[in-house]
Design a protein around this ligand. Sequence first.
Ligand code: UDP
Ligand code: MG
Length: 327
Amino acid sequence: MMMLSIVVPCYNEEEVLPEMAKRLFSFLDDLAHRQIISNASRVYFVDDGSHDRTWSLIEQQAAMDSRAYGIKLSRNRGHQNALLAGLLHAEGDAVISVDADLQDDLNAIEQMVDEFNAGRDIVYGVRKRRDTDTRFKRITAEGYYRMLALMGVEVVFNHADYRLLSRRAIEALRQFREVNLFLRAVIPLLGFSASIVSYERKERFAGESKYPLKKMLSLAWQGVTSFSAVPLRMITISGFMIFLGSLSITLWAVGVRLFSDQAVPGWASTVVPIYLMGGIQLLGIGVIGEYLAKTYMETKARPLFIIEQQIPCRNNEPMKDAHPPHS
Ligand code: UDP
Ligand code: MG
């Protein structure tokens, strides 16, 4: 039987935490009772520097139930970092991350475990519909996923951070040293076999969203800038186009001067340099940007490869790092 761990990031979630824990544990009881998961399965609550009673509620849970574990971050570091702290700490054969506010349907956990047992390393929870989101959020979010795809960032459409990762997927994730963390685009980089489980997204159980527009925009921007150099490439391309355009204006102006008497004195010498210099400067900035993007990616020191299997089988050995370990 598999040992399952569940990671729940919590930021000021005093209103939902007791109910979340109650439902989660009774759900795990049921799974353990039906011998789908082992009794050693755990729940890790990560307190992301809350200012309310969240941590003392987590302590209470741990006192009541030996399956409850708590991780307290020293200050608010944001959802993605809290999640990573939980994922990298959790023990078990597979780890599922789920929001604290009961928006993600817990029943999907069982399907995720089934997929895991069928040999999947990554199981993405995907929202069927977005009825419970506001129109604004739905349109911006779906537009955003499409834009990421256009920029060549691989993400799973309508998947947020409700997912199962196998032990070896977590060990592979450990090799990523991103400081600007956008998990939903890092996970597809891991490779391994993956599948999708769809679920209905509900209303937040209580309290208000801990993702105000500002945090959401910063996460969205993070997703673009951490994974794509397309914005820089666009500067290079537009600089090149303007440069070509102004070269043809130059030729045209010379033609007008030589073969007609329509030439306006001073026009070419005033207008042409404006476009030509503008184009050259944009092109220059774009080229610098391209090198900057390369440097940026190098500093991330992402692993170059992740080994899925080896013959003869060495599954029990710790995974060899593609990098020398950080000192
Ligand atoms: N969260 C967190 N740190 C933060 C903001 C949010 O750990 O700085 C957690 C929060 O407690 C919840 C999850 O991230 O478990 C998702 O947040 P929320 O439900 O408020 O986002 P929404 O569903 O509105 O996008
Ligand atoms: Mg929520």
